[in-house]
Each structure stands twice: as C-alpha cells, then as structure tokens.
Design a protein around this ligand. Structure first.
Ligand code: PLP
Length: 383
C-alpha cells in the first residue's frame, strides 16, 4: 500500500486533466497567436481556460495572465508592481516572515535594486495582525504581499482587512493564494485585492502552469519581455496543453468547492485526533480554527522529522517535513521559527496534507503504524 499525504507539495492530476493535456498537445498544437484555423483552435482552448480560472476566483477573463506557475506569478506580481511604482518614488515593500521562498527571495532581490522591506511577524498561531501592518506601513510603501493560506501549517490570513489597510495608504496588495485556491472559496472582489497568484499543480492540474490575476487598472510591468502575448503582460508562446489542463482543473475545483470540504476536514481531523490520542508528546502547530481543511502540522517530541519522514516512506506513507523546497536539508522551518516555537519543535514537525483521493482506510492504516514507528525512533535517540 502507498498512501499520499503530501498534497501541499503537489497533487495528482485528475484523469480529466490528463485527457485535456494530451488532447491539446496532440490536436490543438497551433500557435495561439496565428490567425489561421490551427492558431484559432489553440486560442479557443486558452479562452476557455481563461474563463474557467477567472470564474474560480471571481475575476474577469481579461484580468488573467497565464504563467509557468506560482513562482513566476509571484515574481511578476512583485517585480512588475515594483517597477511600475519606481517612477512615483515609493520603494518600500511589506511582506511576512512566513511567506513561500518565491516571495521572500523576490523581496530580497528587490533589496539589491534599492528597495527596503519589512517582514511582518506572526503570532504563536501563525497569524498576521492587521494592527502590525497598520503600524508598519508608511507613505513610502508601494506593495504589501501577504499569503492567503500557509503551505506548512495551512493557516488563513485576514486578507480583506490587510488589503483595506494597504489601500488606505495607497499601496498595491498582492496575495499568494497558491495554497488557498480550490481549498476554500476565493473571491478577489470579497478580498478587495489587486494581485493574486495561483498554481495549477496544487489543485489537480499539471505542473508548469499558473496564473497571475491582475485587477483591471493595476500597474504591473512585464518581467518577461518578448512578443505581445497575454496583452503585453507576459511574452512567450503560451503553454496550451498545460493551460488546457489548468482550465479543466479549475472547473472541477469549482464544482467540488460547491459541495463543500467537510469530508476532507473530517478525514484530516480523524488523522489529527488519532495522532494526538495514540502518540504521546505530540502537538499541533498553528491555528486550528482559521485553517484550510486538508492540512495539519504536528511536532513529535524526541524525534527528528527527517528520520520520521523516511521511516514512514519505507512503510508506504508520503508526508513532508514542511515546505517541499527545504526538504533534504535539516534547516528548521522558517514558518515555525517565526511563530516563536522552541528549536526542538521546529525540527521535529511533520506536515500531513490530504487530498480528494485519500480514504479513511489510508488514514487508519497510518494511525495503526505511527505509534510503533515513533516509539522505535525515540528508543534509538535515547540509547
Ligand atoms: C505558497 C506557495 N507559493 C508559491 C509556490 C510555488 O508554486 P510553483 O510550484 O507553481 O512554482 C508554492 C509551492 O509550493 C507555494 O506553496
């Protein structure tokens, strides 16, 4: 048996997505910029996907820019908004200490071209406070970027309140919604934001396809210069198969969201409660209320997270020690560190992220193995 509990790293493509990718690759191979029949077929695929992605987040199709994924969308949002702001003289960006590296390292790179930055702290439950933003923002602040849901602990930030503060000060607001889109209903209008990043492979779509939603009127300078693709906002021939798959994934996600995420939350809660009850010295990291339904992050006292990950993998269970990008290193999670957790808890935490394909039987199989696996690792450490 192999059970996959790492859906925040990536998700398996839905069979309908795979079909759409293959069909677009084989049949809709035209260049969407060509005026002939083949080009127009490819353009029709893009148009349909653009509508599907826009509907998933409550935006307009013309506000969607297709990219190669979440990382590129974060880059386009921050570098593009920064370049647009520079002539006005503002050069300060605010983000948080728990962002994905796609945002944190882009903010760092902006520092090399004269931008100053502030990383908002989070409280012990991993939440950013609007009061902290209000006391930090200045007339020099051009951009505020706060992720919607965190990839390691799943906590959902008060984006609408934060965006309102940014706008009161004339700053543009971006949210990295890679981990919230398709997990909770996302409406760009209700959130009152200007820029939103999403990535197809996090919601059963293909890798290498994503989008940046740019509210009409928001100034963003293209970072990939080239042809006039994507209304001059991202040069390069569009990845028609990937985008076709993302469109189908967006349509499926919308349907699934309309029936609710209660069963996924019940499965996650079964796993979480089972672990807390059967393994001594365990604690859930992050807010348990304001959290996406699929994620739980748990520290196991006296166990090194990497060892537990490997032991579980050998037993057929795929989990993560936090963000996929930092696995393979023994670096403590920057998210848990920012929450002020003691060092032993930042180094012994495991992220379980569930998805539509997981079953009660898989959860129960993991619960049946986990106490003995943890016990064995603890006895090795004690020797
Ligand atoms: C919050 C967040 N932002 C951005 C990304 C990067 O997305 P992509 O893998 O599509 O580049 C990820 C992926 O792990 C993520 O979790």
């Amino acid at each position: 048996m192999r059970a996959y509990f790492d859906h925040n790293a990536t998700t398996p493509p839905d069979p309908a997505v795979t079909q759409a990718v293959v069909r677009a690759l084989a049949e809709d191979f035209g260049n969407a910029s060509s005026v002939h029949h083949f080009g127009q077929r490819a353009k029709a695929v893009l148009d349909e996907a653009r509508s599907a992605v826009a509907e998933l987040i409550g935006g307009e199709p013309t506000e969607i820019v297709f990219t190669s994924g979440g990382t590129e969308s974060d880059n386009l949002a921050l570098r593009g908004a920064a370049e647009a702001a520079e002539p006005g003289g503002r050069r300060h960006i605010i983000t948080t200490s728990i962002e994905h590296e796609a945002v944190l390292n882009t903010v760092k790179a902006l520092g090399k071209r004269g931008w100053t930055s502030t990383l908002l702290p989070v409280d012990a439950s991993g939440l950013v406070s609007p009061a902290a933003l209000a006391s930090t923002i200045t007339r020099d602040t051009a951009i505020v970027s706060v992720m919607h849901a965190n990839n390691e602990i799943g906590t959902i930030q008060p984006i609408a309140d934060l965006a309102a503060i940014a706008h009161e000060h004339g700053a543009v607001f971006h949210t990295d919604a890679v981990q919230s889109v398709a997990k909770i209903p996302v409406s760009v209008k209700a959130l009152g934001i200007d820029l939103l990043t999403l990535s197809a492979h996090k919601f059963n779509g293909p890798k290498g396809a994503g989008a940046l939603w740019i509210r009409r009127g928001t100034r963003v300078v293209s970072t990939i210069t080239g042809g006039k693709h994507e209304r001059n906002r991202r040069g390069g021939t569009e990845n028609v198969p990937g985008i076709a798959g993302m469109g189908i994934a967006a349509r499926l996600a919308r349907t699934k969201l309309s029936t609710g995420t209660a069963s996924l939350a019940a499965l996650r809660d079964r796993l979480e409660a089972g672990i807390l009850a059967s393994v001594q010295g365990t604690v859930v990291n992050g807010a348990r209320e304001s959290r996406v339904a699929n994620t739980t992050n748990i520290s196991f006292d006296g166990v090194e997270a990497e060892s537990l990950l490997i032991a579980l993998d050998l037993e057929g269970f795929a989990v993560s020690t936090g963000s996929a990008c930092s696995s393979g290193t023994l670096e403590p999670s920057h998210v848990l560190r920012a929450m002020g957790l003691p060092s032993h808890r930042t180094q012994n935490s495991i992220r379980f992220s569930l998805g539509a394909g997981n079953t009660e039987a898989e959860v129960d199989a993991l619960l049946a193995k986990l106490p003995a696996t943890v016990g064995k690792l603890r006895s090795l450490v004690r020797r």
